[in-house]
Ligand binder design. Structure first.
Ligand code: C2E
Ligand code: MG
Ligand code: MG
Ligand code: MG
Length: 279
Protein backbone atom coordinates (compact mmCIF):
# COMPACT_ATOMS: atom_id res chain seq x y z
CA UNK A 1 0.00 0.00 0.00
CA UNK A 2 1.27 3.42 -0.88
CA UNK A 3 -0.19 6.65 0.40
CA UNK A 4 0.49 10.02 -1.14
CA UNK A 5 1.46 12.54 1.49
CA UNK A 6 0.08 15.37 -0.58
CA UNK A 7 3.41 16.77 -1.70
CA UNK A 8 4.05 14.33 -4.52
CA UNK A 9 6.12 11.96 -2.37
CA UNK A 10 5.03 8.51 -1.32
CA UNK A 11 5.22 6.82 2.00
CA UNK A 12 5.17 3.09 1.55
CA UNK A 13 4.08 1.04 4.52
CA UNK A 14 4.55 -2.65 3.91
CA UNK A 15 2.51 -5.20 5.90
CA UNK A 16 5.77 -6.08 7.72
CA UNK A 17 6.20 -2.47 8.78
CA UNK A 18 2.63 -2.33 10.03
CA UNK A 19 3.28 -5.47 12.10
CA UNK A 20 6.44 -3.92 13.46
CA UNK A 21 4.70 -0.72 14.49
CA UNK A 22 1.87 -2.67 16.09
CA UNK A 23 4.30 -4.90 18.01
CA UNK A 24 6.28 -1.90 19.20
CA UNK A 25 3.14 -0.11 20.28
CA UNK A 26 1.99 -3.18 22.17
CA UNK A 27 5.33 -3.66 23.93
CA UNK A 28 5.34 0.01 24.88
CA UNK A 29 1.85 -0.24 26.38
CA UNK A 30 2.74 -3.42 28.29
CA UNK A 31 6.03 -1.95 29.50
CA UNK A 32 4.19 1.07 30.98
CA UNK A 33 1.86 -1.30 32.78
CA UNK A 34 4.75 -3.46 34.01
CA UNK A 35 6.53 -0.43 35.45
CA UNK A 36 3.32 0.85 37.09
CA UNK A 37 2.28 -2.50 38.56
CA UNK A 38 5.70 -4.03 39.32
CA UNK A 39 6.49 -7.70 39.80
CA UNK A 40 7.35 -8.51 36.17
CA UNK A 41 11.04 -7.65 36.17
CA UNK A 42 13.87 -9.78 37.44
CA UNK A 43 17.59 -9.18 37.73
CA UNK A 44 20.07 -11.94 36.96
CA UNK A 45 23.72 -11.65 37.90
CA UNK A 46 26.70 -12.86 35.92
CA UNK A 47 29.93 -13.48 37.86
CA UNK A 48 33.22 -11.82 36.89
CA UNK A 49 36.42 -13.64 37.90
CA UNK A 50 40.09 -12.77 38.26
CA UNK A 51 42.90 -15.01 36.98
CA UNK A 52 43.11 -16.88 40.31
CA UNK A 53 39.42 -17.75 40.23
CA UNK A 54 38.27 -15.13 42.75
CA UNK A 55 34.90 -13.54 42.04
CA UNK A 56 35.73 -9.85 41.88
CA UNK A 57 32.31 -8.60 40.77
CA UNK A 58 28.98 -9.53 39.23
CA UNK A 59 27.02 -7.75 36.52
CA UNK A 60 23.30 -7.08 36.92
CA UNK A 61 21.30 -8.01 33.80
CA UNK A 62 17.58 -7.26 33.66
CA UNK A 63 14.85 -9.61 32.39
CA UNK A 64 11.15 -8.95 31.84
CA UNK A 65 8.58 -11.71 32.20
CA UNK A 66 5.88 -10.48 29.83
CA UNK A 67 2.42 -11.84 30.76
CA UNK A 68 1.91 -13.31 27.28
CA UNK A 69 5.31 -13.39 25.57
CA UNK A 70 7.25 -14.93 28.43
CA UNK A 71 10.76 -13.97 29.47
CA UNK A 72 12.23 -11.16 27.35
CA UNK A 73 15.90 -10.19 27.31
CA UNK A 74 16.96 -6.55 27.53
CA UNK A 75 17.61 -6.30 23.78
CA UNK A 76 13.86 -6.54 23.17
CA UNK A 77 12.77 -3.73 25.51
CA UNK A 78 15.62 -1.47 26.66
CA UNK A 79 15.44 0.56 23.42
CA UNK A 80 11.72 1.18 23.91
CA UNK A 81 12.33 1.95 27.59
CA UNK A 82 14.86 4.57 26.54
CA UNK A 83 12.57 6.17 23.95
CA UNK A 84 9.72 6.43 26.45
CA UNK A 85 11.69 7.48 29.51
CA UNK A 86 10.69 4.24 31.26
CA UNK A 87 14.41 3.43 31.48
CA UNK A 88 14.62 5.78 34.48
CA UNK A 89 12.32 3.85 36.84
CA UNK A 90 13.53 0.50 35.44
CA UNK A 91 17.18 1.50 35.83
CA UNK A 92 16.71 2.67 39.42
CA UNK A 93 14.85 -0.52 40.29
CA UNK A 94 17.71 -2.62 38.86
CA UNK A 95 20.20 -0.53 40.84
CA UNK A 96 18.19 -1.07 44.01
CA UNK A 97 18.11 -4.84 43.51
CA UNK A 98 21.84 -4.88 42.82
CA UNK A 99 22.47 -2.88 46.02
CA UNK A 100 20.47 -5.42 48.03
CA UNK A 101 22.66 -8.21 46.69
CA UNK A 102 25.88 -6.28 47.35
CA UNK A 103 24.78 -5.35 50.87
CA UNK A 104 23.68 -8.86 51.84
CA UNK A 105 26.59 -10.78 50.30
CA UNK A 106 30.31 -10.30 50.54
CA UNK A 107 30.50 -9.67 46.81
CA UNK A 108 33.30 -7.08 46.38
CA UNK A 109 31.58 -5.11 43.64
CA UNK A 110 28.32 -4.95 41.74
CA UNK A 111 28.22 -3.70 38.17
CA UNK A 112 25.07 -2.07 36.76
CA UNK A 113 24.40 -1.02 33.17
CA UNK A 114 23.20 2.55 32.75
CA UNK A 115 21.75 4.23 29.70
CA UNK A 116 22.98 7.57 28.33
CA UNK A 117 19.41 8.78 28.89
CA UNK A 118 19.82 8.30 32.64
CA UNK A 119 23.28 9.85 32.69
CA UNK A 120 22.29 13.10 31.02
CA UNK A 121 19.67 13.99 33.60
CA UNK A 122 20.69 16.43 36.33
CA UNK A 123 20.41 14.73 39.71
CA UNK A 124 21.15 11.21 38.48
CA UNK A 125 24.37 10.99 40.49
CA UNK A 126 22.57 12.11 43.68
CA UNK A 127 19.90 9.47 43.13
CA UNK A 128 22.54 6.76 42.80
CA UNK A 129 24.43 8.00 45.86
CA UNK A 130 21.19 8.11 47.87
CA UNK A 131 20.56 4.45 46.97
CA UNK A 132 24.08 3.52 48.06
CA UNK A 133 23.63 5.37 51.35
CA UNK A 134 20.27 3.71 51.97
CA UNK A 135 21.97 0.31 51.64
CA UNK A 136 25.06 1.49 53.59
CA UNK A 137 27.30 0.70 50.64
CA UNK A 138 30.53 2.60 49.99
CA UNK A 139 30.95 3.94 46.45
CA UNK A 140 33.75 1.54 45.57
CA UNK A 141 31.31 -1.40 45.75
CA UNK A 142 29.49 -0.06 42.67
CA UNK A 143 30.54 0.13 39.04
CA UNK A 144 28.35 1.67 36.35
CA UNK A 145 28.67 0.36 32.79
CA UNK A 146 28.09 2.64 29.84
CA UNK A 147 28.03 1.08 26.41
CA UNK A 148 30.21 2.34 23.66
CA UNK A 149 27.65 1.20 21.09
CA UNK A 150 25.51 4.25 21.66
CA UNK A 151 26.68 7.82 21.67
CA UNK A 152 27.27 9.24 25.10
CA UNK A 153 25.96 12.71 25.63
CA UNK A 154 28.92 15.06 25.78
CA UNK A 155 26.87 17.71 27.56
CA UNK A 156 27.77 19.13 30.93
CA UNK A 157 25.12 17.19 32.89
CA UNK A 158 26.60 13.85 31.84
CA UNK A 159 30.09 15.06 32.72
CA UNK A 160 29.07 16.39 36.10
CA UNK A 161 27.17 13.18 36.90
CA UNK A 162 30.38 11.27 36.13
CA UNK A 163 32.38 13.67 38.31
CA UNK A 164 30.08 13.37 41.31
CA UNK A 165 29.90 9.58 41.04
CA UNK A 166 33.64 9.25 40.74
CA UNK A 167 34.20 11.60 43.68
CA UNK A 168 32.14 9.16 45.77
CA UNK A 169 34.35 6.25 44.65
CA UNK A 170 31.95 4.74 42.09
CA UNK A 171 33.84 3.34 39.11
CA UNK A 172 32.86 3.66 35.47
CA UNK A 173 33.25 0.90 32.88
CA UNK A 174 33.17 1.39 29.13
CA UNK A 175 31.14 -1.59 27.86
CA UNK A 176 31.29 -3.31 24.44
CA UNK A 177 34.63 -1.64 23.79
CA UNK A 178 35.85 -1.48 20.18
CA UNK A 179 32.37 -2.00 18.68
CA UNK A 180 31.15 1.59 18.73
CA UNK A 181 32.86 4.71 17.62
CA UNK A 182 35.80 3.79 19.84
CA UNK A 183 36.24 7.32 20.97
CA UNK A 184 39.42 7.24 23.02
CA UNK A 185 38.34 10.70 24.10
CA UNK A 186 35.70 8.95 26.28
CA UNK A 187 38.43 6.97 28.01
CA UNK A 188 40.22 10.18 28.86
CA UNK A 189 37.40 12.67 29.45
CA UNK A 190 35.22 10.34 31.51
CA UNK A 191 38.23 8.92 33.37
CA UNK A 192 37.12 5.38 32.70
CA UNK A 193 38.18 2.82 35.33
CA UNK A 194 37.41 -0.34 33.36
CA UNK A 195 37.27 -1.27 29.68
CA UNK A 196 35.15 -4.27 28.74
CA UNK A 197 36.36 -5.89 25.52
CA UNK A 198 33.31 -6.84 23.50
CA UNK A 199 32.60 -10.53 23.09
CA UNK A 200 32.78 -10.30 19.29
CA UNK A 201 36.55 -9.80 19.72
CA UNK A 202 36.93 -12.65 22.17
CA UNK A 203 35.06 -14.89 19.71
CA UNK A 204 37.55 -14.11 16.92
CA UNK A 205 40.78 -14.56 18.87
CA UNK A 206 43.28 -16.67 16.95
CA UNK A 207 41.50 -16.22 13.64
CA UNK A 208 44.44 -14.35 12.10
CA UNK A 209 42.31 -11.39 11.06
CA UNK A 210 43.96 -8.81 13.31
CA UNK A 211 41.72 -9.42 16.33
CA UNK A 212 44.64 -10.58 18.50
CA UNK A 213 46.60 -7.44 17.71
CA UNK A 214 43.65 -5.19 18.59
CA UNK A 215 43.07 -7.01 21.87
CA UNK A 216 46.78 -6.68 22.72
CA UNK A 217 46.62 -2.98 21.94
CA UNK A 218 43.61 -2.54 24.24
CA UNK A 219 45.46 -4.36 27.04
CA UNK A 220 48.51 -2.11 26.46
CA UNK A 221 46.27 0.95 26.61
CA UNK A 222 44.82 -0.32 29.88
CA UNK A 223 48.24 -0.89 31.43
CA UNK A 224 49.52 2.50 30.26
CA UNK A 225 46.52 4.33 31.70
CA UNK A 226 45.96 2.24 34.82
CA UNK A 227 42.64 0.99 33.49
CA UNK A 228 41.32 -2.47 34.35
CA UNK A 229 40.48 -4.56 31.26
CA UNK A 230 37.74 -7.22 31.42
CA UNK A 231 37.13 -9.71 28.62
CA UNK A 232 33.43 -10.36 27.93
CA UNK A 233 31.89 -13.44 26.38
CA UNK A 234 34.61 -15.92 27.34
CA UNK A 235 33.01 -19.19 26.26
CA UNK A 236 35.85 -21.71 26.26
CA UNK A 237 39.16 -22.51 27.94
CA UNK A 238 41.18 -21.75 24.80
CA UNK A 239 39.88 -18.17 24.79
CA UNK A 240 40.67 -17.76 28.48
CA UNK A 241 44.21 -19.13 27.94
CA UNK A 242 44.82 -16.85 24.96
CA UNK A 243 43.63 -13.81 26.94
CA UNK A 244 45.74 -14.76 29.97
CA UNK A 245 48.76 -15.05 27.67
CA UNK A 246 48.11 -11.52 26.44
CA UNK A 247 48.00 -10.21 30.01
CA UNK A 248 44.25 -10.05 30.53
CA UNK A 249 43.33 -10.93 34.12
CA UNK A 250 39.58 -10.43 34.43
CA UNK A 251 37.02 -12.64 32.70
CA UNK A 252 33.27 -12.81 32.21
CA UNK A 253 31.42 -15.34 30.11
CA UNK A 254 29.52 -18.59 29.88
CA UNK A 255 32.74 -20.57 30.58
CA UNK A 256 32.88 -19.05 34.07
CA UNK A 257 29.18 -18.65 34.77
CA UNK A 258 25.88 -17.77 33.13
CA UNK A 259 23.62 -15.04 34.47
CA UNK A 260 21.88 -16.50 37.58
CA UNK A 261 19.51 -15.37 40.33
CA UNK A 262 20.72 -13.45 43.36
CA UNK A 263 20.65 -16.43 45.76
CA UNK A 264 22.81 -18.60 43.53
CA UNK A 265 25.19 -15.72 42.84
CA UNK A 266 25.61 -15.00 46.57
CA UNK A 267 26.35 -18.68 47.28
CA UNK A 268 28.85 -18.88 44.42
CA UNK A 269 30.51 -15.67 45.58
CA UNK A 270 30.92 -17.06 49.11
CA UNK A 271 32.86 -20.01 47.64
CA UNK A 272 35.07 -17.82 45.45
CA UNK A 273 36.29 -14.93 47.56
CA UNK A 274 39.14 -13.14 45.82
CA UNK A 275 42.52 -13.20 47.56
CA UNK A 276 43.47 -10.03 49.48
CA UNK A 277 45.72 -8.63 46.81
CA UNK A 278 43.10 -8.72 44.05
CA UNK A 279 40.16 -7.69 46.27
P1 C2E B 1 26.20 -6.25 28.20
O1 C2E B 1 26.19 -5.23 29.28
O2 C2E B 1 27.36 -6.26 27.28
O3 C2E B 1 26.02 -7.65 28.94
C1 C2E B 1 26.59 -8.85 28.49
C2 C2E B 1 25.61 -9.64 27.67
O4 C2E B 1 26.30 -10.74 27.09
C3 C2E B 1 24.47 -10.24 28.48
O5 C2E B 1 23.33 -10.35 27.62
C4 C2E B 1 25.02 -11.63 28.80
O6 C2E B 1 24.02 -12.58 29.10
C5 C2E B 1 25.72 -11.95 27.52
N1 C2E B 1 26.83 -12.89 27.72
C6 C2E B 1 27.62 -13.02 28.80
N2 C2E B 1 28.56 -13.97 28.63
C7 C2E B 1 28.36 -14.48 27.39
C8 C2E B 1 29.02 -15.52 26.61
O7 C2E B 1 29.98 -16.16 27.05
N3 C2E B 1 28.53 -15.74 25.36
C9 C2E B 1 27.47 -15.05 24.87
N4 C2E B 1 27.06 -15.36 23.64
N5 C2E B 1 26.83 -14.07 25.56
C10 C2E B 1 27.27 -13.79 26.81
P2 C2E B 1 21.89 -9.82 28.04
O8 C2E B 1 21.63 -10.16 29.48
O9 C2E B 1 20.94 -10.28 27.01
O10 C2E B 1 22.04 -8.25 27.97
C11 C2E B 1 22.20 -7.60 26.74
C12 C2E B 1 22.52 -6.13 26.95
O11 C2E B 1 21.40 -5.44 27.49
C13 C2E B 1 23.64 -5.88 27.94
O12 C2E B 1 24.87 -6.08 27.30
C14 C2E B 1 23.38 -4.43 28.32
O13 C2E B 1 23.93 -3.55 27.37
C15 C2E B 1 21.87 -4.34 28.24
N6 C2E B 1 21.30 -4.39 29.61
C16 C2E B 1 21.11 -5.45 30.42
N7 C2E B 1 20.58 -5.08 31.60
C17 C2E B 1 20.44 -3.72 31.54
C18 C2E B 1 19.94 -2.72 32.46
O14 C2E B 1 19.53 -2.98 33.60
N8 C2E B 1 19.95 -1.42 32.01
C19 C2E B 1 20.41 -1.07 30.77
N9 C2E B 1 20.39 0.24 30.43
N10 C2E B 1 20.88 -1.98 29.90
C20 C2E B 1 20.89 -3.29 30.27
MG1 MG C 1 27.37 -4.49 30.58
MG1 MG D 1 29.09 -5.81 26.75
MG1 MG E 1 38.99 1.52 39.89
Amino acid sequence: RAKADGRGRFCIATPEMNDMFRLRHEIERDLRRAVAEGGQFQVLYQPIFDAEGGMVAAEALVRWTHPVRGVLGPESFIGIAEDTGLIEPIGLWVLDQACVLAATSGLPKISVNVSPIQLRRAGFAEEVLARLAAHRLPGHRLELEVTEKRALDTGSETLSNFDRLRAAGVSIALDDFATGQSLLRYVRDYQIDTIKIDRSFVARLGSGDGTDQIVRAILDLGRAMGIEVTAEGVENAAQREALLGMGCHVFQGFLLGRPMDALRLAALSARHRPSQKSA
